[in-house]
Design a protein around this ligand. Structure first.
Ligand code: SAM
Length: 236
């Protein structure tokens, strides 16, 4: 078994196929508990400590963004789209179902990359996986970039905001969805939709999270983080 096949087998073994209440159109390989999967990840890769297995949950930001895209397919139809920090791939799959010309999902987690491929196949759509840190290079070539729940950690949120801000300044459509995480920039964002998103106490403090879909403007990168909001504390 090559590494890609082994990662796909791990995803199949450790998860079950389910849809979320907000996005019943998309089935995903999801876990119900964080800790056993996290331990299995470290045992399988024979290293640690590793980041949590984010890919095995549909985060509220991703769910809200996927819902918004499915209900407003004209935003991505015929366009070249990047789902930045794709996790399970829920947003990328929504973009493909909405008729995007090409969908790319970027991820730095090897099992997320495998999960996105598995989930795209289950939903019978084409999603190209870019298993690298796109923030290392100047953004180019995207008509639209979507980012669900990426403001949970300071270094990542700062780098992503700078990168997404450059894209927005260059004229790309940049959408971000967030429930008020600690490092969500406080300005440069236009709220365009709000959802009450069912989630699980396994990864959040509440069973529902009010989540906002924002359009990022040119001022996004320069914005300072808000201070009184929360992070993904249950598993970080
Ligand atoms: C909270 S999860 C959100 C996943 C998905 N967007 C969603 O809303 O369900 C954050 C994801 O960002 C990924 N990530 C972190 N830094 C990244 C980077 N520089 N490039 C791509 N993905 C990254 C993590 O591996 C993780 O899967």
């Amino acid at each position: 078994m090559n590494p890609d096949e082994a990662a796909a087998a791990f995803v199949d073994r450790e998860t079950s196929l389910r849809a979320t209440a907000l996005v019943p159109e998309i089935r995903l390989h999801l876990a119900t508990e964080v800790t056993p999967l996290w331990e299995a990840t470290e045992a399988t890769l024979e290293k640690g400590p590793l980041p949590p297995p984010y890919w095995a949950f549909a985060w509220v930001g991703g769910q809200a963004l996927a819902r918004y895209v499915l209900d407003h397919p004209e935003l991505v139809r015929g366009r070249v789209v990047l789902d930045f920090a794709s996790g399970s791939g829920i947003v990328a799959i929504a973009c493909a179902l909405a008729g995007a010309a090409r969908v790319v999902a970027s991820e730095i987690d090897v099992f997320a990359a495998a999960a996105i491929r598995r989930n795209a196949a289950v939903n019978r759509v084409d999603v190209d996986v870019l298993a690298e840190d796109v923030l290392d290079a100047p953004p180019q070539g995207w008509d639209a970039v979507l980012a669900g729940d990426v403001c949970y950690e300071k270094p990542m949120a700062s780098r992503a905001a700078a990168w997404l801000g450059r894209l927005a300044s260059g004229g790309a459509l940049v959408l971000l969805a967030d429930p008020g995480r600690a490092y969500l920039p406080a300005s440069g964002l236009e709220a365009i939709a709000r959802y009450t998103v069912p989630t699980t106490r396994e990864i959040e403090a509440n069973e529902n999270r009010e989540t906002v879909v924002y359009r990022c403007g040119a001022g996004f990168a320069a914005a300072a983080p808000a201070s009184s909001l929360d992070s993904i504390s249950p598993i970080t």
